[in-house]
Design a binder for this molecule. Structure first.
Ligand code: GDD
Ligand code: MG
Length: 366
């Protein structure tokens, strides 16, 4: 069984975290998101995976190579310029001669793919779209279906008053290869705005497969943090021992440091005296946390250094960041790669700092 993962988008809403890496490579529990996805697919014996890439493709290729170290066979196909979600799949038509899966490359889910395939075959569908309930459907693709789950309407990102149901496109599809004939070659085309509405309009058997499996699109700062909290609190099938503390490899954790799970601490970290790390939190490899600092419900990436008496709450701090002594990083803040925060600064709630706003860094540098 083949699967296509759409991982070409720029991840604009996740900036600055996606300035130097594709969205599918942001770390989740210290491993790239895509590695979790590959594990999930392997769990269903899907080991022939085609990655449709566009933005920073080399980052993904360098990490995964041919996939053999990860137990899968990976094929990379690049687009330049982007072809849209359907154009990207049309672009790899030569690899697709049997019914295949397509996955948005930014969804973490426990959806049962075997059941979805059984449903697809039972219904004799040409396309089956996984659905999930959400609170704010208008930022997604809204799918209206009849009592037999046959899709009657697909409306991508409707205005809030036009969203007639809270069941949305969960970004997993099963597609019969003949559907590719209806997608124009070498042109920008999306499933959501063009192909699905057109197939429904022309009476093709497009079915929906609702499920209440865990589901999240990691495409915003808030959701990125929420996925960490959910994984660490054991809210997904891939459960982490709730309240557990996992320290990877060799770390130098001072005997007076206080760790309260659920936590993951990457290898080679140095954690000073009287530091408090409160879960759910993740600290990447090679980080240094100075004496008397507090990390509370935060995700810290690799090679980052916090000085003494720093407090970091409910925030994301990316790679190679330096935070000076006594600085406070407030709830909802995101510090991108290489950001420098001088001593005694207060980064207010929901502040985003990255290479896009270098002036801040200069004026605050030590
Ligand atoms: N190769 C390639 N080329 N990939 C692309 C392109 C492209 O031109 N455009 C987007 N992608 C990839 C993105 O990298 C991402 O993994 C996926 O396709 C979906 O794109 P997003 O930009 O994240 O779309 P969205 O989240 O606003 O909406 C989509 O996902 C929702 C579920 O989260 C739509 O499919 C909605 O209908 C759906 O409800
Ligand atoms: Mg998305």
């Amino acid at each position: 069984m083949k699967a296509v993962i759409l991982a070409g988008g720029e991840g604009t809403r996740l900036r600055p975290l996606t300035l130097n890496r594709p969205k599918s490579m942001v770390p989740i529990l210290n491993r790239p998101f895509l590695e979790h996805m590959i594990d999930y697919l392997k769990g269903y014996n899907i080991d022939d995976i085609i990655l449709a890439l566009c933005y920073l493709p080399g980052y993904i290729q360098n990490y995964f190579g041919d996939g053999s170290d990860f137990g899968v066979r990976l094929t990379y196909v690049m687009e330049d310029p982007p072809l849209g979600t359907a154009g990207a799949v049309k672009n790899i038509e030569q690899h697709l001669d049997e019914t295949f899966f397509v996955f948005n490359g930014d969804i973490f889910t426990d959806l049962d793919l075997t059941r979805m395939m059984e449903f697809h075959q039972e219904m004799g569908a040409k396309v089956t779209i996984a659905l999930t309930p959400v609170e704010n459907p208008s930022i997604y693709g809204v799918v209206e279906a009849d009592a037999n789950s046959r899709v009657e309407r697909f409306i991508e990102k409707p205005s809030p008053d036009a969203a007639t149901t809270n069941m949305i496109n969960a970004g997993t599809y099963i597609i019969a290869p003949e559907v590719l004939e209806s997608i124009p070659a070498e042109s920008f085309c999306t499933f959501e705005r063009e192909v699905f509405p057109m197939l429904v309009e022309t009476g093709e058997p497009v079915y929906s497969h609702p499920s209440d499996a865990y589901w999240i699109d990691i495409g915003s700062h808030e959701k990125y943090l929420k996925l960490h909290y959910d994984l660490l609190r054991g809210k997904t099938a891939k459960s982490f021992p709730s309240k557990g503390i996992r320290v990877d490899g060799d770390c130098d954790i001072h005997s007076q440091a206080e760790l309260k799970g659920p936590l993951i601490i990457g290898t080679n970290c140095v954690i000073g005296p009287r530091v408090q790390v409160k879960g759910p939190s993740v600290i990447g490899p090679n980080c240094q946390i100075g004496a008397d600092s507090l990390i509370d419900r935060a995700v810290v990436w690799k090679n980052t250094r916090l000085g003494q008496a720093v407090s970091a709450r409910g925030c994301v701090i990316a790679e190679n960041v330096f935070v000076g002594d006594r600085s406070q990083i407030m709830q909802g803040s995101v510090l991108g790669d290489n950001v420098v925060v001088g001593a005694g600064k207060r980064i207010e709630r929901d502040t985003t700092l990255g290479a896009d706003n270098p002036l801040f860094q200069l004026s605050n540098a030590l």
